[in-house]
Design a protein around this ligand. Structure first.
Ligand code: ZN
Length: 242
């Protein structure tokens, strides 16, 4: 009953063995996060092929930073008409230029998620505080912070706001994520891979089957049984996505 709320199985890294990767995932839901105009369509096509794959549609901040406002607004209008379980991947990434432009589009995408009453899956590189500021201002509710690397104070603030954190398999060796897991209630945790990125094995491709690594590490940190963690995360997923 594993859950991967943040994956990119449309990536070309899976072109040769996508079916096998999905079949061996041990997951009951693989939320594929569209992040470009092209990837949003590919995400829909993949979900038509595999029942396990769930559709999240969005525009990554690296896209909203460079696309024309017309293209961005056109895509947001298109997403509004589509069926999806979440809006993602969206957020802010201040390693890219166009910060003001990113914020404008981020707000529009949050508004869309609120209107659809579905979760939003948030990327927040070098902009963790700014992401929380915008989400709080917009009174966002069903928020999943993907791979959140904010300081402890920001983690505390996000938990108080009722947000959920999705934990990648790199928790196995990342003190940052181990501290986060220790601090945050099990009711506020989900699992993700960000596959093919963020591999727990250096130089290798990441894939959804590694969700089990996150579950085991969370169990170890929390002093819980892995099965209990698996069930809690499944319950958290159901609560947010239904
Ligand atoms: Zn991602």
């Amino acid at each position: 009953m594993f859950i991967d709320v943040h994956t990119h199985l449309t990536d070309k890294a899976f072109d040769l063995d996508r079916k096998e990767v999905i079949e061996r995932s041990q997951c009951v839901a693989l939320v594929n996060n569209g992040y470009t105009i092209k990837d949003n369509r590919e995400t829909q096509a993949l979900a038509k092929q595999f029942a396990l794959v769930k559709v999240a549609l969005g525009l990554h901040p690296s896209e909203t930073a460079v696309l024309s406002q017309k293209d961005i607004d056109g895509e947001i209008e298109w997403i509004a008409k589509q069926k999806c379980v979440a809006i993602g991947e969206i957020g802010l990434d201040f390693t890219y230029e166009g910060q003001e432009k990113q914020v404008v589009s981020f707000k529009k995408l949050i508004t869309l998620a609120l209107k659809k009453e579905i979760p939003m899956i948030i990327h927040s590189r070098k902009a963790e505080k700014e992401v929380l500021d915008v989400l709080e201002e917009m009174q966002a509710k069903k928020v999943i912070l993907h791979c959140f690397c904010g300081k402890l104070k920001l983690i505390e603030r996000a938990e108080k706001l009722g947000y959920t954190f999705s934990i990648p398999p790199i928790v196995n060796h990342s003190q940052q994520f181990q501290d986060l897991v220790k601090m945050v209630s099990i009711t506020r945790l989900l699992t993700e891979t960000d596959a093919p990125f963020l591999s727990p094995k250096k130089g290798e491709r990441n894939e959804p089957v590694y969700v089990e690594i996150s579950v085991k590490k969370i169990a170890e940190i929390k002093g819980m049984d892995p099965k209990e963690v698996e069930n809690s995360i499944f319950a958290n997923y159901q609560r947010l996505f239904s």
